[in-house]
Ligand binder design. Structure first.
Ligand code: NAD
Length: 261
């Protein structure tokens, strides 16, 4: 249990990859703060299960990360209830698929706010306490789309490239303070985010559901397998270890070979 006494905040962790990351941290004894939207009873059940697994504290914070002031409030609560955040995982994200000329400006604003700007705000609130403690881990869930593009995902690709750049810049700023800053870049992971974009991709490209899965989603993934939530979580967990102290400013792919092509 190498994370006993540490507190991890994982944004967007009521489902999918974020929940998997929260479970991995809890299994190592960390206090965990989960965040995101969803059914209140289901979230409470996940929170209680995390506490059971860790033997430490688990809290839920429903901050809407598109709102900078809600992020500030979340950090104030984390400080009061958990003594601050030692491990910050910027995972919350959303997707919208459309040709650029039809892309609704409000969807562009939402994706940039959630997938990129929220990480700027969480990082600026997290760094002072990490500097004081001389230890910290900041990890972003970027994407293969932080390295390469696909059509019809202009906002998502722009935001994820931005998150990778933010990661590198902050890593240099805090490198001598015991804080590492990295991002992980999954290929397609079978989660609600991927499932929900299938109808729009069918419409945008005029394809069937099976064609979207095999000819679009898995087309560029040489392993021809979806990445699993547990595989992403295991990589994130490794970055929290002391053995990872010299991995910083990195963008680590877990994409079945997609970006090697
Ligand atoms: P998901 O839809 O299962 O989870 C998204 C989470 O974000 C949920 O907990 C949701 O409630 C939360 N969320 C949404 N809007 C929010 C808001 N305004 N404020 C706070 N929380 C909010 O998605 P996922 O597939 O687990 O994706 C997690 C991250 O991984 C995203 O950043 C996504 O871009 C990235 N990613 C996913 C894949 C994939 O194939 N699934 C691949 C690469 C990267």
């Amino acid at each position: 249990m190498f994370l006993q006494g540490k507190t991890a905040l994982v944004t967007g962790s009521t489902s999918g990859i974020g929940l998997g990351i929260a479970k991995a941290f809890a299994a190592e004894g960390a206090n965990v703060i989960i965040n995101g939207f969803g059914d209140a009873d289901a979230i409470e059940a996940e929170r209680a299960a995390l506490e059971q697994a860790s033997g430490a504290k688990a809290a839920y914070d429903g901050a809407d990360l598109t709102q900078p002031e809600a992020i500030a409030d979340m950090f104030a609560r984390a400080e009061a209830d958990m003594g601050g955040v030692d491990i910050l995982v910027n995972n919350a994200g959303t997707q919208f698929v459309s040709p650029v000329e039809d892309f609704p400006p409000e969807k562009w604003d939402l994706i940039l706010a959630l997938n990129l700007s929220s990480a700027f705000h969480t990082i600026r609130h997290a760094v002072p306490a990490m500097r004081r403690k001389g230890w910290g881990r900041i990890i972003g869930t970027a994407s293969a789309h932080s390295l390469v593009a696909s059509p019809f995902k202009s906002a998502y690709v722009a935001a994820k490239h931005g998150l990778a750049g933010l990661t590198k810049s902050v890593a240099l700023e805090v490198a001598s303070a015991g804080i590492t800053v990295n991002c992980v870049s999954p290929g397609y992971v079978w989660t609600p985010l991927v499932e929900n974009q299938i109808p729009d991709t069918m419409k945008a490209r005029g394809l069937t559901r099976e064609q979207v899965i095999n000819d679009v989603l898995l087309a560029g993934q040489p392993t021809k397998q979806f990445v699993t939530v547990e595989q992403v979580a295991a990589l994130v967990l490794f970055l929290a270890r002391n053995e990872a102290a010299n991995i910083t400013g990195a963008n680590l792919s877990v994409d079945g070979g997609w970006t090697a092509a």
